[in-house]
Design a protein around this ligand. Structure first.
Ligand SMILES: Cc1cc2nc3c(=O)[nH]c(=O)nc-3n(C[C@H](O)[C@H](O)[C@H](O)COP(=O)(O)OP(=O)(O)OC[C@H]3O[C@@H](n4cnc5c(N)ncnc54)[C@H](O)[C@@H]3O)c2cc1C
Length: 402
């Protein structure tokens, strides 16, 4: 460990207490690493996350899933409906988890319940935590220094899990590749009259997807992607009118709807850091990559970052290596880049193909979905890749606690 006269010392400091930072801190602690979490308490986030199978396995392995189970609904099928109303329309495609020998693709849970379960597990494992924001991070050849309002923390490795506007990414001098879409996502949860049958439905419209994802009971979460002005107008509607409007857009699939309190409005962008780690600072979650909410990839990628980095640090520690050394950071960057880049490309192409009026692009999109509908092996390969990319699966996501 590296010492500093007037502050705390730790082997690893994790900055940010969103789901990626919490999972990373829990995994490090479970692997016996000296870790300090620097994270103010998060606000109530009513958004939901569809956690895919690998993420659920990692949460189970780390003892977090017990606290999530009662609040999560399984996703046994995913339906894609072309609601563009355009000349070339794709056929409806249904993916069923049983086709790839799974009971469910994953589980949908409100972020506030996921974070509560992660925080409870971190507390049970006695993960050290300072409930304050980091003001600056500086690094040198021996370690990194995190300055808080009232103290300094010295670590060999700083993990930036501080979200899309990452202080840690800026401190490491890591640039990013960013594109802002002309879209915002309105999020809300609602109760409805008809059962969802644990099936998620994604209506593809010319403004972006409208996604209904099951929650326990006769409730679902909604992500409605629109141009920013339309999303704002929808979000300003009173509950009763908003409920009717979402029911109309969902073709009354789930019957009468009743909006619950807690709406969110998120401008959509896609952003990837040029590097996942540099100068004793490694990035996980949205600090490293932001993707729009299509295909439930964002946090699942973030949890793969967190689990992979914790495993690399634990391996380094076992070999008595410096956990913040350049070769450790290079190993992490190498292991995460392909996964993040391939998801970025797939999500970006799908989103742009919805927005375009260019007929050949619409035709290719329609043909791709037609082929997916008809060719079993292609469907199954895509489903397996979507749920758990073979090449990038950390051990925790295979149920192994190293
Ligand atoms: C509408 C919508 C729907 C989505 N649906 C899904 C889905 O179904 N499945 C999926 O996988 N993903 C989904 N995502 C993506 C997912 O929500 C994000 O990937 C995830 O929330 C990012 O988690 P994180 O921990 O990286 O960052 P965050 O949740 O942003 O957490 C960052 C934390 O860092 C803290 N922080 C910031 N600066 C500092 C500082 N200086 N010091 C200390 N702490 C700091 C913040 O307070 C915050 O608590 C969706 C996103 C949107 C917008």
């Amino acid at each position: 460990m590296v010492g500093v006269n007037d502050g705390a010392t730790t082997e690893v400091a994790v900055i940010g207490g969103g789901p990626a930072g919490l999972l990373c801190a829990i995994a490090l602690k479970a692997f016996g690493i000296d870790v300090l979490l620097v994270a103010p308490r998060a606000g109530d986030d009513h958004r939901t996350t569809a956690l895919l199978a690998g993420s659920v396995t990692a949460l189970t392995t780390l003892g977090v899933w017990e606290g999530c189970r009662a609040h999560a609904a399984p996703l046994v099928s995913i339906r894609i409906v072309d609601a563009t109303g355009r000349l070339v329309r794709a056929p409806e495609v249904i993916f069923r988890a049983e086709e790839i020998d799974l009971d469910a693709f994953g589980y949908n849970i409100e972020n506030r319940h996921l974070i509560a379960a992660l925080e409870a597990r971190a507390a049970a494992l006695k993960v050290a935590r300072i409930e304050a924001a980091a003001h600056t991070v500086t690094s040198d050849s021996a370690g990194a220094t995190v300055a808080l309002a009232d103290r300094l923390v010295r670590a060999r490795l700083v993990i930036g899990a501080d979200g899309a506007h990452s202080l840690c990414r800026a401190a490491a001098g890591i640039g990013s590749n960013r594109h802002d879409y002309p879209q915002s996502a309105l999020t809300l949860n609602l109760a409805h009259d008809r059962p969802h049958g644990n099936s998620a439905t994604e209506f593809h419209t010319e403004h972006g997807p409208l996604t209904l994802v099951p929650l326990p009971g006769e409730r679902s979460s909604v992500v409605c992607v629109l141009d920013p002005a339309a999303a704002r107008a929808l979000s300003d509607l009173p509950d009763a009118e908003l409920s009717v409007e979402i029911e109309r857009r969902a073709h009354s699939l789930l019957g009468k709807m009743r909006a619950e309190p807690g709406r969110g409005l998120f401008p959509l962008a896609i952003e990837t850091a040029h590097s996942f780690a540099r100068s004793r600072i490694a990035l996980v979650g949205e600090a490293a990559h932001v993707v729009p909410p299509i295909g439930a990839q964002g946090l699942n990628l973030g949890l793969r970052d967190a689990a992979t980095l914790a495993e690399i640090v634990a391996d380094a520690r076992r070999q008595k290596a410096d956990v913040g050394a350049p070769e450790i950071l290079a190993r992490y960057d190498g292991q995460r880049r392909a996964d993040a880049t391939s998801r970025r490309i797939a999500i970006d192409v799908l989103n742009r193909s919805l927005l375009t009026d260019f007929l050949p692009v619409q035709s290719v999109r329609g043909l791709s979905l037609f082929l997916l509908d008809r060719i079993g092996p292609l469907r199954r390969t895509l489903m397996r890749e979507g749920v758990a990319p073979g090449a990038a699966q950390p051990r925790l996501m295979r149920g192994e606690l190293v």
